[in-house]
Design a protein around this ligand. Structure first.
Ligand SMILES: NC(=O)c1ccc[n+]([C@@H]2O[C@H](COP(=O)([O-])OP(=O)(O)OC[C@H]3O[C@@H](n4cnc5c(N)ncnc54)[C@H](O)[C@@H]3O)[C@@H](O)[C@H]2O)c1
Length: 334
């Protein structure tokens, strides 16, 4: 069974920089075929990965009986259709975030994945990073009622397709889902309400939907988490920082390379520094392989994927209406 023969759909910058090198280095996967609308992109990645073939026809990937796993790393408007076709073809799936562009798409994906009994992982890798895992371990029940601040300052130029509502869905659906997922993983209780205040900070002649916001999520145990998502900062400034406050203790994670804790041992500050940034991408593909081989639950499966997606749609709703938008488990327990 090993290595799992993999069909890659979407041979752009993220696949080239992350999944392709990680899969080439992995004992669990071999990239068997590469597909992209752009033939040159498919050819280039196919050569790097020494794949059996490349194509611009996605159906060739779905119909290939040798392929067991499909990795989808395309623009966001194609994720739902490609995921559903992959599930119907009986392939296991790693789909990059977002799960889909709206709840209707998420619902169809959940139905197709369950009906065809395939493993599904959405690319919320950050929850699998060692520092988030360590923070979850430290956050034992006596440290409940958490207050969390997450800074996500990643300049995204106005011309980037993520800001195109039809293709990318905008920054909150397209990327904020990562942050919303991490916040939900760091709080033991489910989210109950979302309030977002933001707007268009990039060129309003080009960008037509909000690109930056402060988003506050309230949880059933009275925990509160705020994420600042900014599209017009400076790439020289560190991108991500997470501060968790609870029960006289603090955890601070800086760019997934440094973690400081305060108060977990009396009068004691600890610092962990990794040699390289680790956002959980390798663990993601390893856990998915384990789930496929040993018939386990995959990482970031349907329920987790839908939870953060549901929050992301409500962020746009809150910005548009100026209202607090409730959220319930029934909405995302598809
Ligand atoms: N998990 C992470 O850390 C992370 C980071 C960056 C990007 N991403 C995600 O990776 C995905 C790709 O982003 P990117 O930055 O590589 O974009 P990109 O524009 O560089 O690459 C996307 C590629 O997909 C191809 N494509 C688009 N629609 C297609 C379709 N229907 N069929 C076949 N090919 C198609 C395009 O031709 C392009 O080559 C997105 O979902 C993005 O959100 C994830």
């Amino acid at each position: 069974m090993l290595p799992l023969k993999t069909g890659l759909i979407g041979c752009g910058s993220f696949a080239r920089g992350m999944h392709v090198p990680n899969m080439i280095a992995s004992e669990y996967y071999t990239i068997h075929a590469c597909c992209d609308l752009d033939e040159d992109a498919a050819r280039a990645v196919s050569e790097t990965a020494e794949a059996a073939y490349f194509t611009t026809d996605v159906n060739k990937i779905f119909n290939d009986p040798e392929i067991e796993v499909i990795v989808i790393a395309t623009w966001h408007d194609s994720h739902a259709e490609l995921t559903i076709k992959a599930a119907e073809a009986g392939k296991h799936i790693l789909c990059e975030k977002p799960m889909g562009m709206n709840m209707a798409e998420c619902r169809k994906i959940a139905t197709a994945v369950r009906a065809n009994n395939v493993k599904y992982t959405v690319g919320y890798n950050r929850g699998l990073s060692p520092f988030i895992s360590k923070a979850v371990d430290l956050l034992t029940p006596e440290n409940d009622k958490r207050m969390i601040y997450y800074r996500m300052q990643a300049p995204f130029p106005a011309s980037h397709w993520t800001h195109n509502p039809a293709v990318g869905g905008g920054r909150f659906i397209g990327e904020g889902c990562h942050n919303f997922d991490v916040l939900c993983e760091l709080v033991a209780a489910p989210p109950v309400a979302i309030y977002a205040s933001g707007g268009i900070f990039l060129d309003p002649d080009v960008v037509k939907i909000p690109d930056s916001a402060s988003v506050t999520i309230s949880f059933a145990d009275d925990s509160v988490a705020t994420v600042l998502i900014n599209s017009k900062g400076c790439a020289d400034f560190p991108k991500e920082s997470i501060e968790i406050y609870c029960n006289g203790k603090v955890i601070c994670i800086s760019d997934y390379i440094k973690m400081e804790t305060f108060g977990f041992e009396p009068n004691c500050k600890t610092t962990l520094e990794a040699k390289t940034q680790n956002k959980g991408h390798i663990k993601e593909i390893e856990q998915l392989a384990d789930a496929i081989i040993n018939d386990k639950e995959p990482p970031s499966g349907i329920r987790q994927a839908t939870r953060a997606a549901c929050i992301s749609y409500k962020v746009n709703e809150s910005i548009a209406t100026g209202k607090v938008i409730p959220i319930s488990e029934e909405e995302y327990n598809l």
